[in-house]
Design a protein around this ligand. Structure first.
Ligand code: PLP
Length: 376
C-alpha cells in the first residue's frame, strides 16, 4: 500500500544527529530514569528489586490496571475499559484509522498538524478533506469551513489540540461547537500536549465532552518519557474501542510490561511531572517571546500551549533552503514549514534545555543579519 513520505519524521532523522543547537525537539526536556526517580522520590534499588523477579511474559494484553487507572485520572469521566494501551500516540493514531476508516469515507483533518492525521487515512483511500488553520485566525479552525466540509458520509474529524506545530489551543466552547457540527461522526483529537498550557486553566479532553470523541495521548510529551514508546486511545464509545482492540491483536498483542510499570510510576506522580514541565515551558516561552520582540525579520503567533511555534521570516527563500543553510552555517536545527505544507516559516521546539534555546536563538538572529547583508 502506498503512503506519502512522513516529511517531519524524515527531516528529523536526517538532520537531528548533526545539529549543534537542537531547537526542533517537541518533547519537554526528556527525563532519564534517574531524574524520574529523583522527581518522584523513588528509591531506584528498591524499585528494580521489586520488578526484577517478575516473569517477562506478555503482561496485561490490553494494558496493565495500574497504567490504565493512572490514565483515567487524567480524564473526568473515563474508566479503565475505555482505555487501550498502544505503542506511543503514533501507534494509537494508526490503530484508530486502521480500525475505523474504510475506502471512500470522508475524513476531515486540520492542517498544519502531525501528518499522520491526514496521510494515513489518505493511504486507506479515504476521501480526506483539509481544514486549513490560518495565522489570521490564530490558527484556530474556521467553523463555517468545517460546516461546508461535513457530509453524511463523514466518518471522522481529526483535531490536534493543543496543535503541533502552531501551539494554538482550541477553547472548550469551540470544541463543543465542533462536537455539534460533527453530529455523530467520530472526533479524533490528538491530545499529546494536553495540559501543557501557558495559563493554568483545565483543558478538557474530547473523550470527556463527546460520546464519540476519541482522545489520543502518550507518555512522550506531557511526561517527557518518549523513550517508553507508550501511548493510549481513550473513548467512551465502546464500539470504537472494540474495533480497535480487534485490529490491535493482529498488530502488537501487548505493550512492554516494564514500560507500563515505569509509565505507571510517572502517572502516579502526574502532578509533579506536569508542574516541572509547565515551569520549563513558561520560562522558555518567555525567553522566546522577549527574543522575537527584538527581531526585524522574524514574527510569530504566540503559542498558547504545547511545545512548538511557527517562526515566520521575511526572506525570499524556501523553508527547506532556509533550514538547510541555517544548519550548515550556524549549526541550528529547526524544522522547515514545508514539512507541514506551509511556507516562509520554520517550526521551533522551545521546550528543551534553556541554555541550548538561548544559544540557538542567538545564532538564528546572527543568521538573519547575514541573510539581510547578502540581499535575501
Ligand atoms: C501531535 C503529535 N501526535 C503524535 C506524536 C507521536 O508521539 P508519540 O511519541 O507518543 O508516538 C507526535 C510527536 O511529535 C505529535 O507531535
Amino acid at each position: 500500500m502506498d503512503i506519502k513520505t512522513f516529511k517531519v519524521e524524515e527531516w528529523m532523522n536526517e538532520h537531528e544527529k548533526t545539529a549543534l543547537y537542537n531547537i526542533a525537539d517537541t518533547c519537554v526536556n526528556t527525563l532519564s530514569l534517574d531524574e524520574l526517580f529523583t522527581l518522584t522520590g523513588t528509591n531506584k534499588y528498591e524499585f528494580f528489586d521489586g520488578i526484577s523477579g517478575q516473569k517477562l511474559g506478555y503482561g496485561h494484553i490490553q494494558g496493565s490496571p495500574d497504567y490504565k487507572n493512572g490514565i483515567c485520572k487524567l480524564y473526568k469521566s473515563l474508566k479503565p475499559e475505555n482505555i487501550i494501551s498502544t505503542n506511543g500516540a503514533a501507534g494509537a493514531n494508526y490503530l484508530v484509522f486502521y480500525s475505523l476508516v474504510n475506502p471512500g469515507d470522508r475524513v476531515i483533518s486540520v492542517t498544519p498538524t502531525y501528518q499522520q492525521l491526514y496521510s494515513i487515512p489518505e493511504s486507506f483511500n479515504a476521501d480526506v478533506q483539509y481544514l486549513r488553520l490560518k495565522p489570521e485566525n490564530n490558527f484556530l479552525p474556521d467553523l463555517d469551513e468545517l460546516k461546508k466540509l461535513i457530509t453524511k458520509n463523514t466518518k471522522l474529524i481529526c483535531l490536534n489540540n493543543p496543535n503541533n506545530p502552531t501551539g494554538a489551543l482550541i477553547p472548550e466552547t469551540m470544541l463543543k461547537v465542533i462536537v455539534n457540527i460533527a453530529d455523530g461522526a467520530y472526533v479524533l483529537c490528538d491530545e499529546v500536549y494536553r495540559g501543557l498550557n501557558q495559563n493554568d486553566d483545565y483543558q478538557p479532553s474530547i473523550a470527556d465532552i463527546y460520546e464519540n470523541g476519541i482522545s489520543i495521548c502518550s507518555m512522550s510529551k506531557i511526561f517527557s518519557l518518549a523513550g517508553l514508546r507508550l501511548g493510549w486511545i481513550a473513548s467512551k464509545n465502546q464500539e470504537a474501542i472494540e474495533k480497535c482492540l480487534r485490529h490491535r491483536e493482529y498488530n502488537i498483542i501487548s505493550c512492554g510490561m516494564i514500560d507500563e510499570i515505569l509509565a505507571s510510576l510517572a502517572l502516579k506522580n502526574a502532578d509533579i511531572i506536569i508542574k516541572r514541565n509547565k515551569k520549563i515551558l513558561k520560562e522558555n516561552l518567555h525567553i522566546l517571546n522577549e527574543w522575537i520582540k527584538r527581531q526585524k525579520h522574524y514574527s510569530y503567533v504566540k503559542p498558547r500551549s504545547g511545545t512548538t511555534a511557527l517562526i515566520f521570516y521575511d526572506f525570499s527563500m524556501t523553508s527547506k533552503d532556509f533550514c538547510e543553510k541555517l544548519q550548515k552555517e550556524k549549526g541550528v536545527f529547526l524544522t522547515p514549514g514545508f514539512c507541514f505544507d506551509i511556507e516562509n516559516c520554520a517550526r521551533i521546539g522551545y521546550a528543551g534545555q534553556k541554555a541550548e534555546l538561548i544559544k540557538g536563538l542567538e545564532k538564528l538572529e546572527e543568521f538573519a543579519i547575514e541573510l539581510e547583508r547578502a540581499g535575501f
